[in-house]
Design a protein around this ligand. Structure first.
Ligand code: MG
Length: 389
């Protein structure tokens, strides 16, 4: 009996060999936003991204994105630092390495540079994208498989102008895109912020979910004084009110707050997650690739948090559809994701960076089903937004 000329067993070893990384390119993009986005310590009118292009020896190309918010203010990484550290230290560590061995690649990156988690996560996403395209599988399949095909989404109101914010929220509800809202606080004095929240609560339909993100802007004493006012406004969640390192303060507040507290800037590593959960420094954890460094590390952090009894929330840093697709893929694989996710970033850009954008439907973002991350950078827009100086 003649054996078949071509079987999966014949081709698989070649494919795996061919995923060795041939080259890596980085590009800084500055993309205008549709409105000013304010946080407790910065405001942005352009979103800055580093796009990473990884090419395998088999010729397949994959892309990943690192986003920052207004330079090295949200965390220590800026797009300039991310690009320099990838070009100088991280990319050389991956050249020639098998792209199919994602954890081994993470170890190479960790040996080449401490932290630099946003830079590493962009490389990890690009490897995942190229590997998915090589195997014709969605990224979710390479991360354990999706347990959901859509995720409930949250929109951030962050212009600071309450009239504009009410209008923006109402238009998102009318379009059936978003009916859950996060309000950025901490950039005005607290009484002004509270008046803004009161107005939003009064103007939005009854029962609308409102989350407050204080971005480390309040002291523990501020929180003790004003928590009752936030409780009276029936907020559903309070995000990172205290400085990132103050887990003990968060734990003291969590004991007295009737609103759940969420850790964001306070948890980057699995060890941070372990400490946060063990200390009771918040019952919800915000997950972001830029903090954890890879899709695998995000899953580990999520596992620690779940083991510690915390609920999970999918955070964002205003990623375009490229960065958002990597987040949505890994979020889709988490066994539980009680709070859904943000990832409204593509809709706050004047133009997205990818050919097709993520799809928002019936208050959910759909998990891309195509190979790799399921989105591809748009060449023309990449050229226009590329920083040249
Ligand atoms: Mg946050």
């Amino acid at each position: 009996m003649a054996s078949p000329a071509h079987t999966p067993h014949d081709t698989a070893p070649d494919l795996i060999r061919d995923t060795r990384v041939r080259d890596i390119q980085t590009t800084i993009l500055d993309v205008p936003t549709t409105r000013r986005h304010k946080l407790s310590n910065t405001a942005v009118t352009h979103q800055n991204y580093v796009h990473v292009r990884v090419r395998f020896e088999n010729g397949v190309v994959g892309y990943g994105e690192a986003a920052t918010l207004g330079g090295p203010r949200w965390s220590e990484e800026s797009v300039e630092a991310i690009k320099a550290n990838i070009d100088t230290y991280l990319a050389p560590a991956l050249i020639g390495a098998p792209g199919c061995q994602l954890e081994a690649a993470n170890l190479l990156l960790d040996a080449a540079a401490k932290r630099n988690t946003a830079a590493k996560s962009a490389l990890n996403a690009a490897l995942l994208d190229a590997l998915g395209r090589t195997l014709d599988l969605p990224a979710t399949a390479l991360l354990g498989g999706a347990v959901r095909d859509r995720i409930s989404v949250i929109w951030a109101l962050a212009s600071g102008d309450v009239i504009q914010e009410v209008e923006e929220a109402k238009s998102k509800i009318a379009a059936r895109q978003f009916n859950r809202f996060k309000i950025k606080l901490g950039f005005a004095d607290i009484r002004t912020d509270l008046r803004r929240l009161e107005r939003l609560r009064a103007e939005l339909p009854e029962g609308t979910e409102i989350i407050a993100d204080i971005n480390q802007g309040w002291s523990e004493a501020d929180c003790r004084k004003w928590l009752p006012a936030l409780e009276a406004l029936d907020l559903s969640l309070i995000e990172q009110p205290l400085e990132a390192g103050n887990l003990a303060g968060m734990a003291r507040l969590a004991k007295i707050s009737r609103i759940p507290l969420m850790l964001d800037e306070g948890v980057f590593s699995p060890q941070d997650a372990l400490h946060g959960a063990a200390m009771g420094a918040g019952s919800v954890l915000s997950l972001k690739l830029c903090k954890h460094g890879s899709t695998q590390a995000l899953q580990r952090v999520a596992g620690v948090a779940l083991a510690g009894g915390q609920e999970l929330y999918g955070g964002c840093l205003l990623e375009s559809s490229l960065g958002a697709a990597a987040h949505v893929a890994v979020f889709a694989t988490l066994p539980s994701l009680t709070w859904g996710c943000e990832h409204f970033g593509p809709l706050i850009l004047s133009e997205d960076t990818t050919q097709d954008s993520l799809v928002y439907e019936d208050f959910h973002v759909l998990v891309p089903q195509g190979p790799g991350l399921g989105v591809v950078p748009d060449a023309d827009r990449t050229m226009r937004f590329q920083r040249t100086e």
